[in-house]
Design a protein around this ligand. Structure first.
Ligand SMILES: NC(=O)c1ccc[n+]([C@@H]2O[C@H](COP(=O)([O-])OP(=O)(O)OC[C@H]3O[C@@H](n4cnc5c(N)ncnc54)[C@H](OP(=O)(O)O)[C@@H]3O)[C@@H](O)[C@H]2O)c1
Length: 261
């Protein structure tokens, strides 16, 4: 399996993967733990005690992996997670916001094919998780980036959140919430550029990846274009490692190519 050297990550640096119970977030945790120079990884999701793979990993890496309960729809839980990282580690060198929803039976959320399918409640839930979540992470984790080392704040977005790339329509809640997430990422980059200047802030498109999120929509995806979560994680970490301060505020795909807004 390919690994990533993470040459720009400070020795013993600290990472937080938000939305880490499965899919791309879990693969990022596994890929980071495979890099010996990464000092500590925090992995968050709503119910860590029910995240079987994370529970196994924490037994394997008791000194380097910590699990945090964090629901992006609950600001108090974000503040509590940030406070725990502050108390235990004092700083963050990488934060990746992975949590996202495309479909969710509990919230009657499914990608809309036409205007008649649009529901205000689905829009609200998508925006809350996909856009407001990463924004509140940026708010509460900002003090953790007040240090002199290189750091990266990344939010996993999606190419369908590019307005200029939109030729198919549909998916109102997902597309709209990813556009909002992208605008927030750009705004955070500008403010972080003034207040926590060593932190590079970007939106990343992972490519179509074989996870629960993409599962109902994989039928027409050729095998070669459906990535394993591990492949995606390694590619995203490679992109993160190659970012420079000039990239802050940008939107990049898994292969490092910039994506137009
Ligand atoms: N897979 C793809 O092809 C693809 C393509 C483009 C973009 N993306 C983006 O990549 C990101 C990761 O997607 P994925 O495919 O890995 O999805 P996934 O396998 O469905 O995992 C979603 C993650 O989000 C977490 N999550 C959901 N709601 C949450 C909430 N309210 N608070 C905290 N965590 C929450 C889940 O944790 P719990 O439910 O355990 O709390 C889980 O860890 C998303 O932002 C998605 O939009 C994915």
């Amino acid at each position: 399996m390919p690994t990533t050297p993470l040459s720009q990550f400070p020795p013993s640096g600290v990472a937080l993967i938000q939305g880490a119970s499965r899919g791309i977030g879990l693969a990022l945790v596994e890929a980071l733990l495979a890099v010996e120079t990464v000092g500590r990884v925090y992995a968050s999701c709503r119910q860590p005690q029910q995240a079987d793979r994370l529970q196994h990993l924490v037994v394997e890496h008791p000194q380097r992996l910590s699990l945090l309960p964090l629901d992006v729809t609950d600001e108090a839980s974000i503040a509590a997670a940030a406070a725990t990282v502050a108390a235990q580690s004092g700083a963050l060198h990488l934060l990746v916001n992975c949590a996202g929803v495309l479909h969710d039976a509990q919230h009657e959320l499914f990608p809309e094919k036409k205007l008649a399918d649009v529901r205000a409640e689905s829009l609200h839930y998508s925006f809350t998780v996909n856009a407001v979540g990463p924004l509140l992470m940026a708010k509460h984790c900002q003090p953790l980036f007040r240090h002199r080392q290189r750091a990266v704040f990344a939010s996993i977005s999606a190419r369908v959140g590019s307005i200029s790339d939109n030729r198919l329509g549909g998916w109102y809640a997902y597309r709209g919430s990813k556009v909002a997430q992208n605008m927030f990422t750009r705004n955070i980059a500008i403010e972080y550029g003034r207040s926590v200047r060593n932190t590079i802030c970007v939106a990343l498109h992972p490519g179509t990846t074989d996870t629960e999120l993409s599962q109902p929509f994989q039928t027409n995806v050729p095998d070669a274009k459906l990535f394993t979560p591990h492949y995606t994680a390694v590619r995203l970490l490679s992109v993160i490692d190659g970012l420079t301060p000039a990239d802050s505020g940008g939107f990049f795909a898994w292969d490092g190519q910039p994506i137009g807004w």
